[in-house]
Design a protein around this ligand. Structure first.
Ligand SMILES: *Cc1c(COP(=O)(O)O)cnc(C)c1O
Length: 393
């Protein structure tokens, strides 16, 4: 492969020999098409006319008063599909079309990336198979129905813990056997090279827009940017445009679940160690023997025991800092935005809002605190109400 996909010592491509040429083919196509005017034009038109880009930035008056600085949201919740995932699946589906692939596959945990890929499959007219853990199929019924409505086939994964980690393994195995006709739409900036770079490329539109929008509206850059980190794609998407702006503080927010001191959290960067997971060397949650541990979070989208290698690099370089927020704090932030601003956020970016509230204490009134609102919260309403019923607060 042309580049090794390294971010310092992190990243790489630790997969079976059979997958190396398959990934090399994706890398080669990506390098060939990403800057090609026809490809860019077609993607741009879809992002604008199908997905609704650019998404606005919105200043939150009530939160600004409460936090003591200018709180500004990047509104990926307004994107078609309800989250930033649409940026990635449109880019990869277009790449698959250029590569003349006749089938899309994807892994999914809670079902959000499966739904997004099934949507792209419907739009492009490419048959789609989604690999999903048997346990997840049972507990995420509405998303299974959405995928089926889009015409996708949902494959039940019965191995291991029957969840996301195993769905990725099965999808990679299937891809190895069907690589001639199949394109694997990977869901985040993790996994083997070239996915961390490729997904970051399709998500960086978030930060490119937000940077221009801040300069136009305020004549300056944000003081701090906050984004939640599951695999890390919405965070990398907004961080990328600001990495060279050394004065801008970048903060990634991981799920502390039931508490960072318990075993029930998903803070791969905060509590994990570097190791190998799904073909990439990066921080991940593991026991003393290097066995990968399960992640826990109230938000299904942050429930991943690993993290994209570029985040590991940004952490070790101290260019970004990573904090964690508990389930309880995230739910409080969910309610705060809903009640104070009339916006129901997804539980994932509710973690970023909760962290932003803590970080605001060091900021001045005119400083801009930019939060990536990665998705809307309709999917989480039942879950939050159930959580509140079983809390003594
Ligand atoms: C999937 C999802 C996430 C987590 O994925 P990243 O790759 O870390 O961005 C965050 N927010 C929302 C709304 C999601 O759907």
């Amino acid at each position: 492969m042309k580049t090794l996909g390294r971010f310092g010592k992190f990243g790489g491509c630790y997969v079976s020999e059979l997958l190396i040429p398959v990934l090399a083919e994706v890398e080669q196509a990506f390098l060939q098409y990403k800057d090609e005017p026809d490809f860019q034009k077609e993607l741009c038109t879809m992002l604008k006319e199908f997905a609704g880009r650019p998404t606005p930035i919105t200043e939150m008056k009530n939160l600004s008063n409460a936090f003591g600085c200018r709180v500004v949201l990047k509104r990926e919740d307004l994107l078609h599909g309800g989250a930033h995932k649409t940026n990635n699946v449109l880019g990869q589906a277009l790449l698959a079309k250029r590569m003349r692939k006749t089938e899309l596959i994807a892994e999914t945990g809670a079902g959000q990336h499966g739904v997004a890929t099934a949507m792209a499959g419907a739009l492009f007219g490419i048959p789609t198979r989604i690999f999903m853990g048997a346990k997840d199929i049972a507990r995420q019924h509405p998303n299974v129905q959405r995928m089926k409505l889009f015409g996708a086939e949902v494959i039940s994964v019965d191995s291991g813990s029957q969840s996301l980690k195993d769905a990725i393994n099965d999808a990679l195995r299937y891809w190895t056997a069907h690589s001639k006709e199949t394109y694997y739409v990977f869901g985040t900036v993790a996994g083997p090279h070239p996915f961390p770079s490729l997904v970051a490329h399709f998500q960086r539109v978030i930060g490119d827009e937000a940077r221009a929008q801040c300069l136009e509206r305020y004549g300056k850059l944000p003081h701090t940017i906050c984004a939640c980190v599951g695999g890390g794609s919405n965070a990398i998407g907004i961080f990328k445009a600001f990495i060279e702006d050394r004065a801008v503080r970048l903060v990634g927010v991981e799920p502390a679940g039931e508490g960072i001191e318990t075993n029930k959290h998903g803070a791969a960067l905060g509590m994990g160690r570097p190791g190998s997971l799904h073909g990439s060397y990066s921080y991940c949650l593991q026991d003393e023997d290097g066995q990968i541990l399960e992640a826990h979070s109230i938000s299904a989208g942050l429930d991943y025991p690993g993290v994209g290698p570029e985040h590991s690099y940004l952490k070790d370089m101290e260019r970004a800092q990573y904090v964690s927020i508990t389930d309880q704090e995230a739910v409080a932030a969910f309610l705060l935005l809903t009640k104070k601003e009339g916006i129901i956020p997804a539980l994932e970016p509710s973690h970023a809002i909760a962290a932003a509230q803590k970080l605001a204490s060091t900021m001045k009134k005119d400083d801009i605190l930019l939060i990536n609102l990665s998705g809307r919260g309709d999917k989480d309403i039942d879950h939050v109400l159930h959580y509140l019923e079983h809390q003594d607060v």
